[in-house]
Design a protein around this ligand. Structure first.
Ligand code: AMP
Ligand code: GLY
Length: 422
């Protein structure tokens, strides 16, 4: 079959690398892709949010599966768009309907979804401009840190954690006044949970589910987990502190009720549920749902998956997931993300990258890169994920670190302490 992957990050390069290994894949297209994805398929310069362009490409190239990388097209309803057009109905879209994507697209929706089935998560209240006074009074009763969340998608910037009540009140008002545009017309105020984070990835056809390898990413720009939040500076899989007892709790209290809830609420979901979790004491709580795979988590999850990934996605779309045994490698995987100096604030693009030929023993997953003639240059904040496998995460990290030093570009930055807290 011909497959189309939407997106342009390290996640999508990893999807392309894995799908290209499947004997079931004839032609592979990536839109828009990057310098790495074109090693495994054909890049097509269209924006995944331009559904008409995606439709034209799908018809022209006889695509039968569209694997959606990022959340924005899912929240905007790309699944539903393909479903309602007669000439597109034979194409399976991997991802939820717009209704299902609300698990990520609306914090208020996901909190209500969890509350309905007692899925453990932080206590919360939601407010709008009409209830701003109640919100300010609610904040005054809280002991900091105070967690404010824009209801809608805000490019990963919509969560503020404040240590001061007055500052929290100001930020809360600013959010309702449009700090994040329509995304913060509604604001969720959550109890602060103190613990260590990890992520679980579930593939569901809306009835059955399979659990992919668990992972932990490192979001802060600075070593020791300080400084601004980024899309993710590195990741490890598996996560040493997640033992069988904790995973049992996650399965019983979180995964099973989540999949049941998706069926009960008729969310029409054939895709990934990425559950961001926090371990508080010995108990797991949900921080957030995402309706897609993580980046850079995909760069450590898929290299440990021993199945034919495309076969798994076909089973997902046909509702036969139950018949598949997911096989996961015993090896540990780590990834280190090289980023442009300045990221996640202002940074320069177009820096020539060298050293690819010196790298041994790692998989290089491109994020913000582009190729012109024989030259690869930087084209984004996050540039390259260096993934390695080893007998444990320390062995894998040693390889990623060695190779991170060998790839060069002006103002390269990366964290040398991934896994420091494990
Ligand atoms: P989210 O976009 O919901 O994942 O939030 C971004 C980050 O904020 C998370 O990865 C956590 O590190 C942090 N965070 C979110 N909610 C809470 C909470 N209730 N308590 C503590 N930290 C939180
Ligand atoms: N690495 C976090 C995310 O993909 O949302």
């Amino acid at each position: 079959m011909n497959v189309l992957i939407l997106g342009s990050g390290g996640r999508e390069h990893t999807f392309a690398w894995k799908i290209n290994q499947s004997p079931l894949c004839d032609k592979l297209y990536i839109a828009p892709g990057n310098a790495g994805t074109q090693q495994h398929g054909t890049n097509v310069a269209i924006n995944p949010m331009d559904f008409e362009a995606v439709k034209k490409l799908a018809i022209d190239k006889n695509i039968t599966m569209v694997l959606v990388g990022p959340e924005a097209p899912l929240v905007a309803g790309i699944y539903d768009f393909f479903k309602k057009e007669v000439d597109l109905q034979h194409i399976s879209v991997i991802g939820p309907s717009a209704k299902g994507a609300q698990l990520e697209g609306s914090k208020a929706f996901s909190k209500a979804f969890m509350a309905k089935r007692n899925i453990p998560t932080a206590g919360y209240q939601e407010f709008t401009q009409a209830t701003i006074q109640d919100g300010l009074a609610y904040i005054e009763q809280q002991t900091p840190p105070i967690v404010l969340k824009a209801d809608g998608l805000a490019a990963g910037k919509g969560v503020l954690i404040l240590n001061d009540v007055e500052e929290a009140k100001m930020e809360f008002s600013a959010m309702l006044d449009g700090k994040f545009g329509a995304a913060s017309e509604k604001v969720v105020i959550e109890d602060f949970l103190d613990g260590i984070e990890f992520s679980v990835f579930v593939l569901t056809d809306g009835t059955d589910y399979k659990v992919l390898p668990i992972a932990k990413d490192y979001k802060r720009i600075g070593e020791g987990d300080i400084g601004l939040n980024t899309g993710g500076m590195g990741a490890v899989s598996p996560v040493p502190f997640v033992d069988e007892t904790l995973m049992q709790k996650v399965t019983q209290r979180i995964i099973i009720p989540t999949v049941k809830g998706i069926a009960e609420d008729e969310l029409e979901y054939k895709g990934f549920v990425f559950i961001g979790l926090i371990k508080v004491g010995e108990e797991p709580y949900v921080i957030e749902y995402n309706c897609r795979m993580g980046d850079p988590e995909t760069e450590v999850v898929l290299p440990r998956l021993e199945n034919d990934f495309l076969e798994l996605l076909i089973a997902l779309s046909e509702g036969t997931l139950k018949e598949i045994d997911v096989k996961i490698s015993e090896k540990a995987a780590t990834t280190i993300m090289l980023v442009s100096g300045g990221y996640p604030e202002a940074y320069e693009k177009g820096k020539t990258m060298t050293g690819f030929d010196k790298v041994t023993d790692s998989l290089l997953f491109h994020a913000g890169t582009k190729q012109e003639a024989n030259k690869i240059s930087t084209n984004g904040g996050r540039v390259l994920a260096i993934t390695s496998l080893g007998d444990d995460f320390k062995a894998a990290l040693a390889i990623s670190n060695k190779n991170a030093a060998l790839i060069e570009f002006d103002k390269k930055n990366y964290r040398k302490d991934i896994g420091f807290d494990l």
